[in-house]
Design a protein around this ligand. Structure first.
Ligand code: SAH
Length: 268
């Protein structure tokens, strides 16, 4: 089965860890010896960490994920640092925790998915390219489970993240509550109109794709700001689009093909 949202292919079979993550805190600290290995075929996501008690050292597993992303060409240190810090396993259902650090999209309920880490990293790099970090205010359309929002909060001074599904907005709030991220604001609403309250934005990033980039997003982008979003550039062909606003207009670049969930209007 393949899932929408940019995993662009079939699912690999999940590799099971011998024990579940405890959700809040590893059962042992980094001072405890541990072993981390990558399978001989170097397959992404095949990482084994020594487990003690009921916990697993997710920091080591996450670090291995970041190393793979770096090997695949992710270079922006702040993006890599954010990916190494935010615990992706907190944002997926307990049955999927073992796959949290594989490079795969995962279902988050209500027909939506969390993008695979390499796509998240790619989009964050595109958002930050040539910009001074941290970015100023950033708007995210499609909070989903809140994972990318947590990453953005490490790259920007203020993050406004919008979600049109009340159930996912609430779920993201629950996932993020223990992290206490003061510069992240979750907004329940239809993001196709953007969010004028926080405009103009240094960055706008969308995790759902429509047939065009909404005019409101272009209008709410600051001069010098960057927008990264999937859009159906040609019928049936979704591609990553980057827009940079200049003093004279908007410069648009169309990049690789992707597969994100649809950008939908209205709230539910
Ligand atoms: N960044 C998210 C990915 C979520 S998938 C994460 O890390 O989990 C994309 C999300 O966009 C879905 O939750 C979907 O409900 C939401 N979405 C689609 N159209 C939207 C719209 N018009 N406004 C706000 N959110 C929207």
């Amino acid at each position: 089965m393949s899932r929408p949202n940019s995993d662009g292919g079939a699912q690999r079979p999940g590799v099971r860890f011998p024990a579940a993550l405890d959700g809040l805190r590893p059962a042992f600290t980094t001072s405890v010896p541990r072993s981390v290995g990558v399978a001989p075929d170097g397959r992404a996501g095949v990482v084994v960490a020594r487990v003690q008690g009921v916990g697993l050292d997710s920091a080591a597993v996450r670090q291995a994920m970041v190393q793979r992303l770096a090997q695949q060409g992710v270079t922006q240190p702040a993006v890599l640092q954010a990916l190494a810090t935010v615990e992706r396993h907190r944002f997926v259902d307990s049955a999927l925790v073992a796959q949290a650090y594989e490079d795969t999209a995962l279902p988050i309920g209500w027909g939506q998915t969390i993008s695979k880490p390499s796509v998240v990293a790619r989009m964050l790099e595109l958002l930050c390219a040539g910009q001074t970090l941290p970015l100023g205010r950033v708007l995210e359309i499609g909070t989903g489970c809140g994972y990318q929002a947590a990453l953005l909060a490490r790259l920007a001074r203020e993050v406004y993240s919008m979600e049109r599904l009340r159930a996912l907005h609430d779920k993201a709030r629950d996932n993020l509550r223990p992290l206490r991220i003061p510069n992240l604001h979750l907004i329940f609403g239809d993001g196709t109109a953007g969010y004028a309250t926080g405009a103009p934005y240094a960055g706008i990033i969308a995790a759902a794709g429509g047939d065009a980039i909404p005019q409101a997003w272009l209008d709410q982008l600051a001069v010098g700001g960057r927008l990264v979003a999937p859009a159906e550039v040609r019928p049936g062909q979704q591609q990553l689009v980057v827009v940079q606003r200049t003093t004279t207009g908007w410069q648009r670049e169309v990049l690789e093909g992707v597969r994100f969930v649809p950008l939908q209007s209205g709230v539910l």
